[in-house]
Design a binder for this molecule. Structure first.
Ligand SMILES: *Cc1c(COP(=O)(O)O)cnc(C)c1O
Length: 477
């Protein structure tokens, strides 16, 4: 900054204002901001004071890094949005317009009203661990285990909190303190916090890696087996595929190696389904009855991927192996709660009744005819006809994904409403949609916003179009 010569007079307004004011002084008091929030919306209740304090603290922190004080309106909007999020509770309902059916960040498998009615029944006093005919203590998992056996042909079944828990329980039961042999091509990470080597360490076993990233042969397993080996483990890669110069040992071969060495074989299938939809392109390696027929001693998979049920980890396999798992003290720490159990039981019942496609949302979404998806996309586009100039709305063919870190190659033909051109950025539009009354999560692809109709329910067409119209209007010219 140029120094003022002493002879020069300072400008008049600077004289009156004195030294530059601390911008933090421009921030309102917490009470005043909270009162303003409540005048705007009395339903914010307790959250107003909490949100006001947090918004002001954030503004102070920003000021201390050299930013100016936010305008009063911006501060109020920030506080209001925080307060609304607090009272709305989480998880909040959102509209999934991404076209990713089992979206990990959006709660994986959506559940039906009927499934929740089963949970509601179980929420009262129930026969959870009571055998009504005999009046004695009962087995909380008996119903689910029987249905799983009927659906899969397994000798026995067990269920815990999620598939990570199922894998831990199986590995710990079969090989605690001993070695578990896994191919280097299968030491995967799934969804950030799930990594095979770390899960095995936490389960109290020693990992023995065999083969290389791209190639593992029978001899690699055979060589690694020794007196300390307790288990051969196969893991489905789930979220990526290997192509090119690759070899892996198929489950059937691994079972042969295990038999010869008298070692159990466990497969973590991750994504598993019990209906035979292989002729629709659903992959062989996720069809659980097929895996059991190949001779795996135990197979584990998630309840909320392609099964379409609640978060759970399902274990199917030999009677004595499953019995050992039930007796493991870890099983008590990983056990399913009654609400989940009720939803799981309902889901399996629907599969047994042959009504999965009609009643299980994931299966319905994946199997809906492309023409029906297109007609929903057309209705969404028609609802957007009122948009102002400068916005183009098209209906285009799209590809939906199964998602959920499962079956990365399985794509389903779909239709989407595409907004390739908006008067302001596509990112700004998608951000506004995330702040809608019912938040909408859209996909941005090749500079355009895509609303994939496969993952949108019929009843969501209206709130979705209203949200888009409002977002365009709010930020329009
Ligand atoms: C998804 C997955 C898991 C983790 O299952 P959660 O149900 O999320 O705990 C474990 N292993 C494989 C192979 C998976 O695909």
């Amino acid at each position: 900054m140029a120094r003022r010569r002493s002879s020069e007079k300072p400008p008049q307004d600077a004289l009156e204002a004195g030294p530059p004011a601390d911008p933090r002084r421009q921030l309102p008091a917490v009470d005043r901001l909270a009162a303003e929030l409540l005048t705007q919306d009395a339903r914010l209740g307790w959250s107003a004071a909490v949100a006001a304090r947090s918004a002001i603290e954030e503004a102070r922190a920003a000021i201390s890094t050299g930013e100016p004080a936010p305008p009063a309106g911006a501060l109020l909007r920030a506080a209001a949005s925080k307060a609304r999020a607090l009272v709305a509770g989480r998880p909040r309902r959102v509209i999934n317009a991404t076209g990713i059916v089992i979206h990990t960040n959006l709660g994986r498998a959506p559940l039906s009203e009927a499934a929740l009615e089963a949970a509601a029944r179980a929420s009262r006093y129930s026969d959870l661990e009571f055998d009504l005919p005999s009046g004695r203590r009962g087995d909380r998992l008996a119903g689910v285990a029987e249905k799983l056996q009927l659906l899969s042909g397994a000798e026995a079944a067990f269920a815990v909190n999620n598939n990570a828990a199922a894998l831990m329980l199986a590995v710990n039961t079969l090989a605690a303190g001993r070695e578990v042999v896994v191919s280097r091509g299968e030491l995967v990470e799934i969804g950030g916090s799930f990594r095979i080597p770390e899960i095995l360490a936490a389960a109290g076993v020693r990992l023995v890696e065999v083969g290389t990233t791209n190639r593992t042969h029978r001899e690699d397993y055979a060589r690694a087996i020794g007196p300390e080996t307790g288990l051969l483990l196969k893991v489905h890669r789930s979220n990526f595929e290997q192509r090119g110069f690759v070899t892996e040992v198929a489950l059937g071969e691994l079972v042969e190696i295990g038999r010869k060495a008298s070692l159990p074989v466990l497969e973590d299938t991750g994504t598993g389904f019990l209906l035979d939809w292989r002729d629709r392109g659903w992959p062989e390696e996720s069809f659980i009855p097929g895996r059991l027929r190949l001779g795996a001693d135990v197979v584990c998979f998630s309840g909320d991927k392609l099964l379409g049920g609640p978060q759970a980890g399902l274990l199917l396999g030999r009677e004595e192996t499953i019995r050992a798992m039930r007796r493991n003290p870890l099983a008590r720490a990983l056990r399913l709660d009654k609400l989940t159990l009720a939803v799981l039981d309902w889901t399996l019942g629907v599969l047994l009744a042959g009504r999965g496609e009609q009643e299980i949302p994931v299966l319905r979404l994946l199997s809906e005819a492309p023409e029906a998806v297109r007609s929903r996309a057309d209705r969404i586009a028609a609802g957007l006809e009122a948009v102002h100039e400068g916005v183009e709305v098209r209906v285009e063919a799209s590809e939906a994904l199964v998602g959920g870190g499962s079956l990365p190659e399985l794509r389903i033909p779909s239709w989407a409403v595409v907004l390739p051109k908006t008067p302001f950025g596509v990112d700004a539009l998608t951000e506004r949609l995330r702040h809608a009354a019912v938040p909408v999560v859209a996909r941005v692809d090749r500079g355009a916003m895509w609303l994939d109709a496969r993952t949108v329910e019929d009843a969501e067409v209206e709130p979705l179009t209203s949200a888009v119209l409002a977002a365009l209007k709010a930020a329009g010219p």
